[in-house]
Design a protein around this ligand. Structure first.
Ligand code: MN
Length: 230
């Protein structure tokens, strides 16, 4: 049989679904920047003057279910950012806020790993963020928990420990843009689709990690993730 492709297409990136044998196929990964006021302030920005914004990672940057994170090349300042991840079961353009949660399949816990030095250089030069944000293995993510099981959490502790010491702490109720607002706003900029993931922003306390660190974090009511930096 002759294939229609000149070589085998890449495998579909996917995440486990808690309580199911079947996996969640990932289409795109969107990320929200500065969605918690305390984190915006720690990064040197005024959350009252600058609204949150979006960037993307590629699906093949996922590290499904955590495990091991290879420390990337070309950086000496890799930061962790623990985040609630929203997984979509449907999409569209211009989704109204009051219908946005109908498109949510479930939730997960992710780490928006960041080469902060390269991101900082890009910011300074007015260049895109990909080298700082969308590198290989930059999106570790837990299994997805269906909204059928946990509903749509609007509060719950968001936390991260490094080698057993608490580093990041916040609460979902501190998000500047709530999940329905994120989906409504994002669907005005991009056509959303089933399989899209949205990393919804990180609370305060981001910092650098080194090889050998064990990162363990979670969103209470959703789940957790553990990662060893190798
Ligand atoms: Mn982030």
């Amino acid at each position: 049989m002759v294939s229609e492709y000149v070589f085998a297409p890449p495998p579909v990136a996917s995440l486990a679904v808690r309580g199911s044998e079947r996996r969640f196929p990932v289409h795109r990964i969107y990320c929200v920047g500065r969605n918690y006021a305390a984190h915006a302030i720690e990064m040197g920005h005024d959350p009252d003057r600058e609204a949150p914004f979006f960037f993307q990672k590629n699906p093949d940057t996922l590290v499904a279910d955590g495990g091991e994170f290879p420390y990337p090349d070309k950086s000496g300042d890799v930061h962790y950012e623990l985040e609630l991840v929203v997984a979509l079961a449907c999409g569209g353009k211009d989704i109204p806020q009051d219908r946005a949660l109908d498109c949510v399949y479930g939730y997960a816990v992710g780490l928006d790993m960041t080469r902060r030095d390269l991101q900082g250089e890009a910011k300074k030069m007015g260049r895109p963020w990909e080298v700082g944000k969308a590198f290989d293995h930059s999106a570790p993510c837990s299994a997805i928990v269906p909204a059928d099981v946990i509903g749509h959490p609007t509060s719950g502790r968001v936390w991260l420990e490094v080698n057993g010491e608490l580093r990041q702490e916040g609460d979902l109720n501190q998000m500047i843009w709530k999940v329905p607002e994120i989906i409504a706003y994002l669907s005005g900029l991009f056509t959303l689709a089933a399989g899209d993931l949205v990393f919804s922003g990180t609370p305060a306390g981001v910092g650098a990690t080194v090889r050998g660190d064990v990162l363990r974090g979670g969103v209470d009511g959703v789940g957790g993730i553990a990662l060893t930096v190798i």
